[in-house]
Design a protein around this ligand. Structure first.
Ligand code: XUL
Ligand code: CO
Length: 440
């Protein structure tokens, strides 16, 4: 496997922070221990097939700009296999263990539902043999129910049940592919499951429709032996003006309302968090607090523009805060860290794909080490526990246990008078965070 990236060695080595070799890891040392686990065990990185192998660099102002040696064949199935070859060569050289795909990334849509299924099966067979040969695993699969014109008004939320049926057929086949390839997750990202105008949209009806599809997916997935977790990936807008899966809190409410909590968890994406007006850290914490942080799409947005730029992660502080949430909940059982990120239009050499992933992996390796130290030293846990200590005893305890009444609390406030004002020390804590980032 040395066809598409001949300029890259068989395996990207770990050379440490002193190395000048751009094609080496400076911080990601797969076998190095952080606490009781290796970096590789903590950081289940995955390559996102769609951006890395199908991305062209096109934007609203111009077509493709990326120079790629694969997918040169004119027959779409031959081109699909070339692309799969490139995926496994890339993953093996990088030393990543997982990959993620949409059905339509790996196999072309056919003229009929049956033809599409057959195309997918052929590629999945080939992918399975690659997985066996390389030890690479599938993190999660998903169905692209948003690109085709039939999904213009939504897939499961479409007013036409025949469109719903097409989406159902795709989900069924993508679930089967995920099971064959041993994926531990199956993602629903509701591209086009939203609306642009309430003048023609029955929001209540559409939310019931998507819940129906999710129940069918659970029933079918479990019936064919899928033991992993179903994930929903929140995003507030783009492509529709208002996506139903707006953010983590909205999705948790939806799962509760439609009795889907047992089988689902959340796949939190950094750039989707920022589009929703939240920080990445906030969305991870909301999901984790509910016991539902299942997987993460690691990337970042551009703070100066309001769309999903899907850049590679490079912010150490964000990575450290994210890894603190992950470590506190003792990892991502069925999930991992999927690089749902694309190189910039100007980064058109295929080597740039390696540089981008190396940077993302080093960023999270460093974030992991910093997070681990912060937790070991109880840097934030100690002041936090003091901050809420009033609720561990006396009236605070009565409030949380549900025993206290408004009347009793009025008497308490009246008797004890004005509370002492205590600084939140935010800037001081930020200084400590920076010190750990610089010194870990
Ligand atoms: C779109 C997005 C998707 C999902 C999978 O913004 O993030 O690629 O991750 O469908
Ligand atoms: Co994503």
């Amino acid at each position: 496997m040395n066809t598409y990236f001949p300029e890259v060695p068989e395996r990207i080595p770990y050379e440490g922070a002193g190395s000048d070799n751009p094609l080496s890891f400076k911080y990601y040392d797969a076998q190095a221990k952080v606490g009781s686990k290796t970096m590789e065990q903590h950081l289940k990185f995955a390559v996102a097939y769609w951006h890395t192998f199908k991305g062209t660099g096109a934007d609203p102002f111009g077509g493709g700009s990326l120079t790629r040696a694969w997918a040169t064949a004119t027959n779409p199935m031959d081109a699909a296999i070339q692309t799969l070859d490139a995926n496994f060569e890339f993953i093996s050289k990088l030393g990543i263990r997982y990959w993620c795909f949409h059905d339509r990334d790996i196999a072309p849509e056919g003229a009929t539902v049956a033809e599409s299924r057959d195309n997918l099966s052929v590629v999945v067979e080939k992918a399975l043999s690659y997985q066996k040969a390389t030890g690479v695993k599938l993190l999660w699969g998903t169905a692209n129910c948003f690109s085709h014109a039939r999904y213009t008004h939504g897939a499961a939320t479409n007013p036409d049940p025949l469109v719903f049926a097409h989406a159902a057929a795709q989900v069924r086949a993508a679930l089967e592919a995920t099971v064959v390839l041993g994926g531990t997750g199956y993602v629903f990202w509701g591209g086009r499951e939203g609306y642009s105008s309430l003048l023609n949209t029955d929001m209540k009806h559409e939310r019931e429709q998507i819940a129906a599809l999710l129940h069918m997916a659970v029933a079918y997935g479990r019936s064919i032996g899928f033991k992993g977790t179903f994930f929903i990936e929140p995003k507030p807008r783009e492509p529709t003006t208002h996506q139903y899966d707006y953010d983590a809190a909205t999705v948790l409410g939806f799962l509760r309302e439609f009795d889907l909590l047992d089988d689902f968890a959340l796949n939190i994406e950094a750039n989707h968090a920022t589009l929703a007006g939240h920080t990445f850290h906030h969305e991870l914490q909301v999901a984790s607090d509910a016991g539902k942080l299942g997987s993460i799409d690691v990337n970042r947005g551009d703070p100066t523009c309001g769309w999903d730029t899907d850049q590679f992660p490079a912010d150490l502080s964000e990575a450290a805060l994210a890894m603190m949430v992950v470590l506190r909940q003792r990892g991502l059982a069925h999930g991992g860290l999927n690089f749902d990120a694309k190189v910039r239009r100007g980064s058109f050499d295929s080597t740039d794909l390696f540089l981008a992933h190396i940077g993302g992996m080093d960023t999270f390796a460093r974030g992991l080490v910093v997070a681990h130290r912060l937790l070991e030293d109880k840097v934030f846990a100690k002041p936090m526990s003091v901050r809420y200590s009033g609720y561990k005893r006396g009236m605070g305890k009565r409030i949380l246990s549900g025993a206290a009444t408004l009347t009793e609390l009025e008497a308490y406030a009246d008797r004890d008078g004005e509370p002492e004002r205590i600084s939140g020390r935010q800037e001081g804590l930020e200084n400590i965070l920076n010190r750990y980032i610089l010194e870990s």
